[in-house]
Design a protein around this ligand. Structure first.
Ligand code: SF4
Length: 423
C-alpha cells in the first residue's frame, strides 16, 4: 500500500511525492554525504544518479540542485552559459538532512516529511574497463536493480541541429558539432559487456538492463549495433543471468522488420519513444524526431512489434510535464489500446529550458497523470517495465499500486487506514 505524507497541509502519496521531488530537485546537506557515502550508494557526484527509498520502497531520483549547477557550469560552453539565467531562478523546497537520531530525513521547508533510506554501498563507480574506460559517466545504477547505459551512440538529430529541447545530451552533441569538436567517447561493445558483467554477476546489483543511444539517420546500422552490443554482453556476462528484463531504446527503423534483429539478440522489449503526444508541441519540443523519423514511423514500428511479438513488448517513453496531462493521457490510451506500453518519465527541468521555461507543473498535474495511467494500465492489461521502479519514471510505481490508485481516483473502496498516514 502507498504511504502518505503531509506537504503544506495536504496529504500526498509516495507517487505524488516522487513526482514533486524529481521535478523540483532537492538540496542535500554535506552532512548526508559525509555520514552515508562510505556505507551507502550516495555520492557527491551528479553522474552517479543518486536516489533514496521511501518507507513503502518507492525509489526516488535525487537531483541535488547545488551539485547539478556546479556540474553544468563546468560542462557548459559560453553559449550555454546564457541558460544560467534560468538556473539562477531555480529553487526547491525539498532538503535532505541528517536527523537528530542519525537517520536521513526528507524535509519540505522546515517540516519533516519522512525518514528515507539509501541503498547499500557499491563499488561500481570506482571501476574501469580493461580498455581504461571509467564506469562513472558511462553507465548508471538506477534504483534497486537496474543498470542503464544512457548514451551508447551519439544523436545524429542533435548533431544536425535538431535536438529535443529537454535533452541535455542532445544539447551537448549539438554544441560539439557546431564547434567542430569530436563527440564524447562511448563505451565499446566490450566496455558495455564488462560493465554489465560487473553489475549483474560480480556485485549482483542489477537484474534489469537498459540500453539507450541517440537517434540515428542510419537505422539499419543502429539495429545491427544494438544486436552486436547484446551479443557481446551475452558472451561476457550471459543474458541468461539478467533475471529481470532487457529493455532497448532505439530509433524506429524505416523497415520495422529490422527490429527482429534486436529481439533475436535477446531484447525483451523495445521502446521507440515519442516523448510528447500533442502534435503541435511535438514539432517544437522534439524537432528531429518530428522531421526525420516522423510520427507515422514511430507508430508503424510500435504496432509492428505489438503485432509480431504480442502486447507489452513495444514501449514509448513520454516526458511528463511538457504537455497537458490530458493530451499525454490521450496518447497513452491510444498506444495502450494497441498493446504498446506508455512509459512516464518525469521531466527534470534543470538541463535545458523547454519553450523558454524551466518550470515543472504542480501536484494536480502529476495526480491526473497517475490516476489516468492506472486506469489505462488496468483497462488494457498493460505492464510497464521495471520491478520496484526506475529513478525518474512513475509508470511502474503506478502499475505496482494500480488498483489502489484507480479506486482512490474514482472514490471506490477508498478507505485508507489512519495508521498508514506518515504524519
Ligand atoms: S533524439 Fe534522443 S538523444 Fe537526440 S536529442 Fe532527442 S532525446 Fe536526445
Amino acid at each position: 500500500m502507498l504511504r502518505t505524507y503531509q506537504i503544506d497541509g495536504e496529504k500526498v502519496d509516495s507517487i505524488d511525492l516522487k513526482s514533486l521531488v524529481i521535478s523540483k530537485g532537492i538540496k542535500v546537506s554535506n552532512e548526508v554525504y559525509k555520514k552515508f557515502s562510505s556505507t551507502n550508494r550516495i555520492y557527491p557526484d551528479p553522474l552517479t544518479c543518486n536516489c533514496f527509498i521511501l518507507p513503502d520502497k518507492t525509489v526516488v531520483q535525487m537531483t541535488d540542485i547545488a551539485l547539478h549547477l556546479n556540474y553544468l557550469k563546468s560542462a557548459m560552453s559560453l553559449q550555454n552559459l546564457k541558460q544560467m539565467k534560468y538556473f539562477l531562478q531555480m529553487n526547491t523546497p525539498f532538503r535532505l538532512k541528517v536527523s537528530d537520531s542519525g537517520k536521513p530525513v526528507l524535509m519540505h521547508g522546515e517540516s519533516t516529511v519522512t525518514e528515507v533510506e539509501f541503498l547499500p554501498e557499491s563499488h561500481f563507480y570506482e571501476q574501469m574497463t580493461s580498455s581504461g574506460m571509467p564506469y562513472l559517466g558511462n553507465a548508471v545504477l538506477q534504483g534497486v536493480d537496474t543498470l542503464s547505459f544512457q548514451c551508447l551512440w551519439a544523436c545524429d538529430y542533435a548533431r544536425a541541429g535538431y535536438p529535443c529541447q529537454f535533452c541535455y545530451s542532445g544539447g551537448v552533441f549539438e554544441q560539439l558539432e557546431k564547434r567542430g569538436k569530436p563527440m564524447p567517447p562511448v563505451p565499446s561493445l566490450r566496455d558495455a559487456a564488462e560493465m554489465t558483467d560487473y553489475a549483474v554477476n560480480r556485485e549482483k546489483v542489477a537484474k534489469i538492463l537498459q540500453l539507450t543511444g541517440g537517434s540515428t539517420m542510419d537505422t539499419r546500422a543502429e539495429c545491427a549495433l544494438i544486436r552486436d552490443y547484446l551479443k557481446e554482453i551475452d558472451s561476457v556476462a550471459g543474458l541468461k543471468n539478467i533475471s529481470g528484463e532487457v529493455l532497448i531504446y532505439t530509433t524506429p527503423p524505416a523497415d520495422p522488420s529490422e527490429i527482429d534483429k534486436v529481439f533475436a539478440a535477446g531484447a525483451d522489449r523495445v521502446a521507440c519513444s515519442l516523448e510528447v503526444w500533442d502534435e503541435k508541441l511535438a514539432q517544437i519540443i522534439t524537432p528531429g524526431k518530428w522531421k526525420f523519423t516522423t510520427r507515422k514511423r514511430h507508430l508503424d514500428c510500435q504496432k509492428y512489434i505489438s503485432k509480431e511479438y504480442g502486447p507489452n513488448k513495444a514501449c514509448s517513453s513520454f516526458v511528463v510535464g511538457l504537455e497537458p496531462a490530458k493530451s499525454f493521457l490521450e496518447g497513452a490510451e491510444y498506444l495502450a489500446s494497441e498493446g504498446i506500453v506508455p512509459i512516464a518519465s518525469v521531466w527534470i527541468p534543470f538541463g535545458r529550458p523547454v519553450m523558454g521555461k524551466m518550470q515543472a507543473p504542480g501536484l494536480d498535474y502529476y495526480r491526473e497523470v497517475k490516476e489516468g495511467l492506472a486506469e489505462i494500465y488496468i483497462k488494457y492489461g498493460i505492464e510497464p517495465p521495471g520491478d520496484t521502479g526506475f529513478n525518474v519514471c512513475i509508470c511502474r510505481d503506478t502499475w505496482n499500486h494500480r488498483s489502489e490508485v484507480s479506486s482512490n481516483a474514482t472514490g471506490e473502496g477508498c478507505c485508507e487506514p489512519k495508521s498508514m498516514a506518515e504524519s
